[in-house]
Write a protein that binds this ligand. Structure first.
Ligand code: ATP
Length: 362
């Protein structure tokens, strides 16, 4: 029996709605006797919390979260609170303090989901985005505010060890999953300090990892074009924080949209809890309508369960999602249907139950 403590942070907007469906799946799994014992604690940290308390989460939030095995996160973002506050007071402290330096995003064609690309079939690759340093740093500043000579410096922090760790994680994944090629996103022709360091150590780590592993380094501007022109060519893509952020939203778009794409913020050493969240944000334009697609959130839960040692359950959830999408009877508006968030969650739960019963010969 796996006893796991999961911290749940639904957040803002559709985060709250899609989280309900993920929790529905989690409860259903537990009822089905899958030797899974999960204790969830829900934390209301969000923009509403900020408006009430003047901060996105309490000052001891990280100490509280540290005691959990994993974090399931919804989405954050609200017009009443500046975006840099929601991001830098909630998501960034968790990712950085818990050394969740791997942001893992699968990009996969799904049955029944049309890609906006004419050649958008059989896409199947993963992105390893560096998640703890790089371009997303609070190092820098601004002087001469509101004067004509106003100036700013925004520093990119890249460390040799940070580059080594993310590239190594990509190589380890490639080795475990029989992949032969790593694609590294770079721009060392123009960003001549940080990206040169990136290239140098990416080359070294891939070469050291396995002679069977090929490394291709592609400038980011060309790489976005290749994602559109020949997305089938990629297996494992490794990128800095900013490049990986952009590539993974593009990756989501080419396989059918943000509502389907999960992500994992992983601390591979398991010294700290890892955090699992959909790629999409709070989508204020559809929040409160009950029409958001819960697949990305439910798939993020699947990644969480795989991470805590239950790849069997991860597989069941992903297969159930694929079955529901393939059948196409229950579909939310973003993928061409009329189902509500709850109906989509229910359909996935029903499929999980059927699969589980079939596996047990019932
Ligand atoms: P935020 O500011 O929190 O990032 P956003 O609306 O700017 O929110 P996203 O939520 O990432 O950005 O998504 C952009 C658009 O994609 C949304 O406005 C919404 O129309 C659509 N979208 C995103 N997620 C979903 C979902 N789960 N289901 C349906 N549509 C979605």
């Amino acid at each position: 029996m796996t006893h796991t403590k999961i911290a749940v942070i639904p957040g803002d907007g559709i985060g709250k709605e899609v989280m309900e469906e993920a929790l529905k799946v989690m409860n259903s799994l537990q009822e089905q006797d899958l030797s899974l014992q999960i204790e969830t604690t829900i934390f209301p940290w969000s923009s509403d919390y900020y408006l009430k308390h003047g901060r996105m989460m309490p000052s001891n939030a990280l100490d509280i979260l540290k005691e959990f095995d994993a974090i399931l996160f919804g989405a954050i973002g609200d017009a009443r609170v500046p975006d840099d506050v929601t991001v830098w007071e909630l998501i960034m402290p968790i990712r950085k303090s818990f050394q969740q330096y791997v942001n893992f995003r699968p990009i996969k064609s799904l049955p029944g989901i049309a890609s906006p690309l004419a050649n958008g079939r059989d896409i199947d690759f993963v992105i390893f985005r560096e998640n703890a340093e790089g371009e997303y740093s609070d190092s820098g500043g601004r002087i001469y505010h509101h004067q004509s000579q106003e100036m700013t410096i925004q520093n990119t922090i890249m460390t040799r060890i940070g580059i080594e760790k993310i590239v190594q994680a990509a190589c380890d994944y490639a080795y475990k999953n029989g992949k032969t090629k790593i694609t590294s996103a770079t721009k060392s022709n123009a960003i001549i300090h940080s990206m040169k360091l990136w290239d140098e150590h990416a080359r070294r780590i891939v070469a050291q990892s396995s002679p069977a592993l090929e490394l291709e380094s592609i400038y980011i501007d060309a790489l976005v074009a290749y994602f559109v022109e020949r997305p089938q060519d990629f297996q494992v893509v490794v990128a800095s924080n900013l490049f990986g952020d952009i590539l993974s939203d593009l990756g989501s778009a080419i396989v059918g949209g943000l509502g389907l794409s999960p992500s994992a913020n992983i601390n591979p050493e398991k010294e700290f809890p890892s955090m699992f969240e959909p790629v999409h944000g709070s989508a204020p334009n559809i929040a409160g309508k009950g029409i958001a697609n819960p697949v990305a959130q439910i798939w993020s839960l699947a990644l969480l369960l795989g991470h805590i040692g239950r790849p069997d359950i991860e597989q069941i959830i992903v297969s159930a999602i694929e079955k529901v999408l393939r059948e196409g009877v229950v579909k939310t508006a973003d993928i061409g249907g009329q189902a509500t968030t709850a109906q989509m969650g229910d359909a996935i739960c029903q499929e999980i139950i059927k699969m589980n019963l079939a596996a047990r010969g019932v």
